[in-house]
Write a protein that binds this ligand. Structure first.
Ligand code: EPU
Length: 338
């Protein structure tokens, strides 16, 4: 394995920010990763594992070592009458895994079509879209402990999944590298089309009895019409999380802003779409030099080419302040700012 110096990270982050890593190495197996972790010259370096680089914003060069997960492979590990367990390497592109499930007629991942990133990064923030989260199809994962190099298996409960959260973003942050994820997929499908736009898109597509393949096509259609393709316009998907607020706060906001949307979370809390709050503050479609807020989805910050990470971060903070001033709600970034 080669360790390279001063490597541009521009091709490795979907925001397209031009920063450099002081050291860079790629691993294609658990063994190669373990060998890298044992190298004395890397022992004291700060480590950053890159999946698809689709959920981070670089604001400066990375002074340690960037490790790129190249572990591939998707295989069926076991099955019963009702479900199949499929194991995928952490370096697999997420959508390639979704395509595998569709080709094998296995249900559960179709609503998560076209989410940028890799299989190994997906559990970290419990990726989700259109009414489904990774935790709904997750079985277990294998991860290498950075300190000891040992492989550890985490079952569902051990991952502590929450809304765009897991134990790997919380108490175990920076301690493990996910090398494989096993999913539990249904042979008899239960479609989840309740998320508004899916049903209407299927109707537009004139599909009467949708299959998982149809749902995937609908999701791809919705995503492509709303979200910018990182290959054309740099972005990291939703930049902020949708805030969860007390019902009492929501009710007083509703008196002032009758159109404010919400989704129930618990009997006493609701989630409010951050995209709506940001749009109400006048940010949607705003262009500042070579970066800004996407015109179709105010939750997505974009780099039109050549923007610096600091400038995008500054925009994010300005948006947070303006939403706090108008609505008394503090937004929190969903992307990792480094
Ligand atoms: N809205 C606006 N203006 C906007 C954007 C949204 O008013 O510019 C309002 C609309 O009322 C809309 C509602 O927000 O009905 C919800 O919008 P959307 O369906 O686009 O979903 P979201 O809540 O903004 C979340 C996820 C997305 C995911 C979609 C679909 C988060 C932080 N984001 O966005 O995930 O694709 O739902 O399920 O939870 C991502 O995490 O990177 C991501 C793209």
């Amino acid at each position: 394995m080669k360790i390279q110096s001063d490597v541009s990270l521009q091709p490795y982050n979907t925001f397209g920010i031009a920063v450099k890593a002081r050291l860079f190495a790629r691993f294609d197996s658990v063994q190669e990763l373990q060998e890298l972790l044992q190298m004395p010259e890397l022992a004291r370096e700060e480590k950053l594992v890159l999946g698809g680089g689709s959920n981070l914003l670089f604001t400066k060069d990375f002074a340690g070592v960037v490790l790129q997960n190249g572990i591939k492979g998707i295989e069926k590990v076991s099955e019963t009458d009702s479900y199949t367990l499929v194991k995928a390497g952490g370096g697999e592109v997420w959508h390639e895994f979704v395509l595998y499930t569709l080709q094998h007629d296995l249900g559960g991942a179709e609503n998560l079509s076209l989410i940028p990133g890799t299989v190994g990064a997906a559990p970290l923030q419990n990726i989700g879209a259109y009414g489904v989260e990774l935790k709904d199809i997750f079985y277990e994962l294998e991860a290498v402990h950075i300190e000891t190099g040992q492989v550890q298996t985490f079952d569902h409960a051990a991952c502590g999944f929450g809304y765009r959260e897991s134990v790997f973003k919380g108490e175990l942050k920076g301690q493990f590298i996910v090398t494989a994820v096993t999913f539990k997929l249904q042979k008899k499908h239960t479609l989840n089309t309740s998320y508004g736009a899916i049903q209407s898109t299927l109707e537009e597509m004139q599909v009467q009895q949708p299959t998982i393949q149809d749902v995937s096509r609908a999701v791809c259609h919705i995503r492509q019409s709303k979200l910018p393709d990182p290959k054309t316009i740099g972005n990291a998907g939703s930049f902020f999380k949708n805030p969860e607020i007390p019902l009492s706060q929501y009710e007083s906001l509703k008196a002032q802003f009758p159109d404010i949307p919400s989704y129930p979370v618990t009997p006493t809390t609701v989630k409010v779409p951050a995209g709506w709050l940001i749009e109400q503050c006048g940010w949607k479609g705003k262009v500042i030099d070579n970066y800004g807020v996407h015109k179709n989805q105010a939750l997505v910050l974009v780099n039109y080419g050549g923007a610096s990470g600091q400038a995008v971060r500054q925009l994010a903070y300005t948006i947070i302040d303006s939403v706090a001033e108008k609505f008394g709600i503090r937004l929190h970034p969903e992307v990792n700012i480094l």
